[in-house]
Write a protein that binds this ligand. Structure first.
Ligand SMILES: [Zn+2]
Length: 223
C-alpha cells in the first residue's frame, strides 16, 4: 500500500520539497487500481441511469467500464506515485552553462472543479549547476503531474519543484498556456480565451533571464 507521506513528501537529496500538493485523503491508496475501477464503474453506471440512459443499448453498454478505466489508468493515472517517472540526471560533462529550454510540451490535464479537459503547452527551462536531465524526462514530468485532477497554477509549480529536486538547483522555470474546456465549452463559452501561468525559480526571477526564456518561447521552430 502507498502511504500518504510517499505521495506528498517528495524530498530530494537537496532538501527541496514539493509544497504544491494535490488535496488527497490519507486512505487514497488503501485500495488497488483494479478495485477503484470496479467502484467507479458502478458510479458512472449510476450517473447514466439517473440521467435516464438505457444501459442495455449496445452503444452504452461498455461506457461505465471504459470511463472507469480511463479515470484510473489514464487521465488520473498521475495520482499513483508508482507512475512517477524516474528523473535520472547526469553530470554536465560538456560544461554547458546557459539555460536549456524545452518548449511546446503538450499538456493534457483535467480541471478539478469541473472534471473537464485542460489542453495547452508547457515551456520548461533550467540552468544547470552541474547536473543535466534527459530532455524527454521533462516531458514525462509534465505528463505525470498533468494526469491528476488539477488547477493550472498548482501544475505549473509542481513541474518546477520536481525539476528543482531532480537537478538540485533553484534555477528552474515553467510557463503554461492552456485552454480550459470549462471556460471554452460551457458557462461563459468563450472559445478564444486561454490561461497563462508561470513559476520562476532562482536566477529566473532576474528580469534578464526571464526575458531570455520568454523570447525563446516565442521563437518559431523551423526545420
Ligand atoms: Zn473548471
Amino acid at each position: 500500500m502507498i502511504k500518504k507521506e510517499e505521495f506528498q513528501d517528495e524530498i530530494g537529496d537537496n532538501h527541496f520539497s514539493l509544497s504544491a500538493k494535490n488535496p488527497i485523503r490519507d486512505d487514497a491508496f488503501a485500495i488497488s487500481d483494479d478495485e477503484k475501477i470496479e467502484k467507479i464503474k458502478k458510479d458512472v453506471e449510476n450517473i447514466l441511469l439517473t440521467l435516464g440512459m438505457d444501459l442495455t443499448d449496445d452503444s452504452l453498454k461498455g461506457t461505465p467500464n471504459r470511463v472507469a478505466k480511463m479515470f484510473v489508468k489514464e487521465i488520473f493515472g498521475g495520482l499513483n506515485p508508482n507512475k512517477k517517472p524516474k528523473a535520472s540526471t547526469f553530470d554536465n560533462n560538456y560544461k554547458y552553462g546557459e539555460m536549456l529550454v524545452e518548449k511546446n510540451i503538450i499538456v493534457y490535464s483535467t480541471c478539478e472543479h469541473h472534471l473537464l479537459p485542460i489542453i495547452g503547452r508547457a515551456h520548461v527551462a533550467y540552468i544547470s549547476n552541474g547536473r543535466v536531465i534527459g530532455l524527454s524526462k521533462m516531458n514525462r514530468i509534465v505528463e505525470y503531474y498533468a494526469k491528476r485532477p488539477q488547477v493550472q497554477e498548482r501544475l505549473t509549480m509542481q513541474i518546477v519543484q520536481e525539476l528543482q529536486i531532480a537537478l538540485g538547483t533553484e534555477d528552474v522555470a515553467c510557463v503554461i498556456d492552456a485552454k480550459h474546456l470549462c471556460v471554452n465549452s460551457r458557462g461563459i463559452s468563450d472559445i478564444e480565451s486561454s490561461t497563462v501561468t508561470s513559476e520562476f525559480g532562482g536566477k529566473f526571477k532576474d528580469p534578464q533571464s526571464r526575458r531570455e526564456f520568454l523570447d525563446y518561447i516565442k521563437m518559431e521552430t523551423k526545420f
